[in-house]
Design a protein around this ligand. Structure first.
Ligand code: UTP
Length: 294
């Protein structure tokens, strides 16, 4: 039996991307603040991380992303107004959503040079311990949440690197980091190699990495190289690949539905799917959809 691995207390949320797939909506509004039903997509990721035991949230932001900071702070005028108007339900739910003071930190990625670079920007805030990375535009819906399922696997396989993965159609693999799978252990599969955005003919499998990771601090030594990879960006996958053989490395197929909210269709699908789960909205929404017709 592997020993108990070091607990994962910190999460990095990279939110400095430019959201070019969702223009013009994302010209002035960060894509992470677009609402799925009535909550900004970034808040789902924070809730998922909190449920998985994360205590410290590190946002890697960029210019124009200031409202993400405001979202995780008090809104005094609004709170005073809700209190005056005796809207206790709304007020309490705003206050309950607030992170504990000091649990949220922000650093800036001065240029969007890629996901690997964004994670590297958080190196001093993470320090020498394992940490999670959540890409908020990947919305995972499941019980328990995606990161909690990965934490369970992390503890079971003895720690190391864990990535969330999903089987994709062959024509889509060139948008993802793709895994060469090894031995299977429940929902976890050993990762023998990873390659970023391969052409379908060169893909080692259809098992693709999605936006959740548990990483070890050794990754920063690799990211220090600042080597551009696929698309000229500093890729997280390339640095993770160099950890194979040095730390245990597994991919977890989470039992979650995943919606890519950085993409128009994925975003619309997430809104419909989550609204149809809401008893206060679903009946009326079904009626409206029937009205629109097929
Ligand atoms: P994406 O590739 O989905 O984000 O990166 P993007 O670059 O904003 O999207 P498009 O393709 O132009 O529409 C995944 C995550 O990594 C972050 C993004 O904010 C997103 O959460 N990211 C990406 C950074 O923080 N910095 C980067 O340089 C790149």
């Amino acid at each position: 039996m592997p020993g108990k691995p070091q607990p994962v207390r910190k999460a990095v949320l990279p939110v400095a991307g430019m959201g070019t797939r969702f223009l013009p909506a994302t010209k002035a509004v960060p894509k992470e603040m677009l609402p799925v039903v009535d909550k900004p997509v970034v808040q789902y990721a924070v809730e998922e991380a909190r449920e998985a035991g994360i205590e410290q949230f590190i946002f890697v932001t960029g210019r124009g992303k200031g409202i993400i900071e405001d979202h995780f702070d008090h809104a005094y005028e609004l709170e005073a107004l809700l209190s005056e108007r005796e809207k206790a339900g709304e007020l309490n739910s705003l206050l309950e959503d607030l992170p504990v003071t000091g649990a949220v930190s922000f650093t800036r990625q001065q240029k969007p040079l890629g996901l690997g670079h964004a994670v590297w920007c958080a190196r001093h805030l993470v320090g020498e311990e394992p940490f999670a990375v959540l890409l908020p535009d990947d919305l995972l819906v499941g019980e328990p949440g995606g990161l909690a399922q990965m934490m369970e696997a992390y503890n079971r396989v003895g720690g190391g690197v864990i990535v969330a993965a999903e089987e994709k159609p062959l024509e889509e693999v060139k948008r993802y980091g793709v895994i060469t799978p090894g031995k299977i252990d429940g929902n976890a599969v050993e990762v023998k190699a990873v390659i970023e955005k391969p052409e379908p003919a060169k893909a080692p499998s259809r098992l693709c990495i999605i936006g959740r990771y548990i990483l070890q601090p050794e990754i920063f030594g690799e990211l220090d190289r600042q080597e551009p990879g696929a698309g000229g960006e500093i890729q997280l996958t390339d640095s993770m690949a160099r950890l194979i053989g040095r730390v245990p490395f597994h991919a977890v197929r989470t039992a979650c539905a995943r919606y890519d909210c950085g993409d128009r269709l994925g975003f619309l699908q997430a809104n419909l799917a989550l609204a149809l789960r809401r008893p206060d909205i679903a009946p009326e929404l079904r009626r409206l959809l029937a009205e629109i017709g097929p």
